[in-house]
Design a protein around this ligand. Structure first.
Ligand code: PMP
Length: 433
């Protein structure tokens, strides 16, 4: 099909796959080639491709009544909200729907500022929170920020914490020490900025597009304590980490911590239809009830999307989270074998979200010295992914593009994991050998 009227910003050279069919972890292109989709497209088709029950639920709702505006009641919407609140940590009780993850973060940002009467928001350098002006302003990925920085006065309100990985400024010998240093640094930032001026701390419970990096043990407990002590809202951006991707319904639950808000998107419908939102605690919900909020979009909580959401939750409840928990150790062990390759710097992640991170081809370990966006020449990590694609497995890229990201659908079986990692090993050999 002629694609020339769509600018392919993801693949400007025009070498773009046209995917026409899918089933479970498999997708096929217009030429009939089959691939294992080891990124679930964008960490989003969590229940796998072409699940008939999700498609049927959407069709049924569309036949009944396709659209009901957010100012009217709809049974699919109410049911989904109830189920989401039930799966979220206990203190989160109410759901405000939006359409995209960026808009969910915009809404959470507006809510936090309005509720707190303060404007600053803490986020992490090398985080991703979305592409609209506000959400991009929260985003610590330099390339996303560069796109809005010049034009958006709002960017001045975001204050960035260093990344928690080895590229950050901390010099800890153990993960526990890293947790302590990072939390001490957070407290320093809070005091330095002035606690009264800070509305919220937005954080991914595990870094997503910047590289599947879990926080060191104990870090989030300290974060929760500091947020309580200084009256700062803790917002967990679960757009990638939520809906079983990391083994629990929400990534922050693995950390044993209750945030004040959760933002979600992608996996809520397994991306069969656009849907996102914010799950808030009772106090914030009451505040919205009393004060109203300038948030909300025409398609927020679209009934067809909510029908997809309810059917996706059924699929997750029907053994998919257990599948992630059962097979994550196997996926981890297979990927960790790659650590013996000299060019592989580190393997990190959780559940079905992993990054194989490459250092410089000369073995240099400082990732900030190797940034394919500014470095001249061919990116060897992109070559690994190209080799894998030629062998029938699709992996993802991270920011910066020093990584191969691995995030298969939650229904992926052990044989497919083995095949995908075999292909990755062969692709690393071919790219670096
Ligand atoms: N937050 C995180 C953690 C994300 O990874 C993304 C998208 N990848 C977003 C927010 C933005 O979501 P959307 O693309 O649906 O606007």
């Amino acid at each position: 099909m002629d694609q020339s009227t769509i600018p392919h910003w993801y693949a400007p050279d025009g070498d773009v796959l046209e995917l026409v069919e899918g089933e479970g972890v498999r997708v096929s292109d217009a030429d009939g080639n089959e691939y294992l989709d080891f990124l679930s497209q964008l960490y989003s088709v969590n229940a796998g491709h072409s699940q008939p029950a999700i498609a049927d639920a959407m069709a049924e709702q569309a036949r009944k009544i396709a659209y009901v505006s957010p100012s009217k009641h709809n049974d699919q919407r109410a049911r989904l909200a109830g189920r989401l609140a039930e799966k979220a940590p206990d203190s989160l009780t109410d759901v405000m729907f939006s359409v995209t993850g960026s808009e969910a973060n915009e809404a959470a940002m507006q809510l936090a500022r309005d509720y707190q009467g303060a404007s600053k928001i803490l986020t992490r350098w090398r985080s991703y929170h979305g592409s609209t002006y506000g959400a991009a302003a929260l985003t610590g990925d330099p390339s996303t920020r560069a796109a809005v920085e010049e034009h958006a006065a709002v960017t001045g309100h975001a204050k960035f914490l260093p990344p928690l990985d080895y590229g950050g400024p901390f010099s800890a010998d153990t993960p526990e020490e890293l947790a302590e240093q990072a939390a001490d640094h957070l407290e320093w930032v809070i005091r330095n900025e002035g606690p009264d001026s800070i509305a919220a701390l937005f954080t991914e419970p595990i870094a997503g597009t910047s590289g599947a990096y879990p926080a060191p043990p104990g870090y989030f407990e300290r974060v929760r304590e500091l947020c309580d002590e200084y009256d700062i809202l803790l917002v967990s951006d679960e757009v990638i980490a939520g809906f079983g991707r990391c083994g629990d319904w929400f990534g922050i639950q693995t950390e044993g911590v209750e945030p004040d808000m959760i933002t979600f998107a992608k996996g809520v419908t397994s991306s069969y239809a656009p849907l996102a939102g914010v799950i808030v605690n009772e106090e914030i919900a009451e505040h919205v009830g009393e004060e109203g909020m300038p948030v909300g979009q025409t398609f927020a909580g679209h009934p067809v999307s909510c029908a997809a959401g309810n059917a996706a939750l059924d699929a997750y409840e029907d053994g998919m989270l257990e599948n992630v928990r059962d097979l994550a150790p196997h996926l981890e062990a297979r990927l960790r074998d790659l650590e013996s390759v000299p060019e592989v710097q580190d393997v990190h992640g959780r559940g079905f979200l992993w990054s194989v991170e490459f250092g410089r081809p000369d073995g240099e370990k400082d990732e900030f010295l190797f940034d394919p966006r500014v470095d001249e020449g061919e990116n060897p990590v992109a070559a690994v992914r190209d080799e894998a694609r030629a062998r029938g497995v699709l992996f993802g890229s991270g920011r910066p593009d020093t990584q191969v990201l691995v995030a298969p659908p939650l229904c992926t079986e052990q044989d497919d994991i083995d095949r995908a990692v075999d292909v990755l090993e062969a692709s690393v050999d071919a790219a670096f050998g």
